[in-house]
Design a protein around this ligand. Structure first.
Ligand SMILES: C[S@@+](CC[C@H](N)C(=O)[O-])C[C@H]1O[C@@H](n2cnc3c(N)ncnc32)[C@H](O)[C@@H]1O
Length: 208
């Protein structure tokens, strides 16, 4: 049976089966983003696709209030078990944003945007930008065309493939990053090694 990453079943099954599948250490991207957010005095932030929270704690340890959005109920329960129930995590798909009327000084979205189709990606960027305070920062990580899995699986559309039993992924290069993020205050693109090569995409509101 094929799943779609916009549906909860895929991630429910993944977290139920593999539990804390990425361990408890924050990603390299979260460490780099934490340094930026501390330097820019970010006080409250949103993490769409927060998973079970491994990338949240490093920000909370720096005194930043974190709110999450997560499609998997199981992942939310794991986050509450490990990191407490005082962190608000909205249950639902980012395609349903906004979940609250808050404005955030920072948004960190790790390895989620490339799971969406082009309309959903555009909406996520717009919705995140809309929830940023003036001069707020948003940082996305997204898989690169340099990843060895690029071009494997079933072709869906340019740079988008379905693999791993139902995950659809859009593989970015600098050109597609500019196309999608230039209107959202893009000011820096760097590369960061995680389990795959990712781009770290930094935007600032008021930078447009
Ligand atoms: C590749 S994982 C990254 C996980 C996490 N940020 C980490 O590394 O610890 C993508 C995460 O986004 C969640 N997710 C996938 N599609 C989503 C959607 N449409 N809305 C909200 N969350 C989603 C998944 O359940 C998963 O937790």
């Amino acid at each position: 049976m094929k799943n779609d990453t916009g549906k909860p079943e895929f991630w429910e099954a993944a977290f139920t089966e593999k539990q804390e599948m990425w361990g408890f250490e924050p990603s390299n991207s979260a460490v780099l983003t934490k340094d930026l957010f501390v330097e820019k005095a970010v006080k409250n932030m949103l993490i769409p696709g927060i998973g079970y929270g491994r990338n949240a704690q490093i920000f909370r340890d720096s005194g930043i209030t974190v709110t999450g959005i997560e499609i998997s109920k199981t992942a939310i329960e794991m986050a509450q078990k490990h990191y407490g129930t005082d962190m608000i995590i909205h249950h639902g798909s980012v395609t349903g944003m906004p979940f609250d009327n808050n404005s955030y000084n920072g948004i960190f979205c790790y390895a989620l945007i490339h799971l969406l189709d082009s309309d959903e990606r555009a909406k996520l960027i717009r919705d995140c930008y809309n929830q940023l305070t003036e001069n707020g920062y948003m940082v996305f990580t997204a898989i690169s065309r340099e990843a060895h899995i690029y071009g494997t699986g079933e072709f869906i559309s340019k740079d988008r493939y379905e693999m791993f039993g139902g995950v659809k992924m859009f593989f970015y290069d600098r050109k597609s990053i500019h196309t999608e993020f230039d209107q959202a205050g893009l000011f820096e693109i760097t590369e960061v090694a995680e389990n795959y090569p990712l781009f770290l995409i930094k935007c600032r509101k008021g930078n447009v």
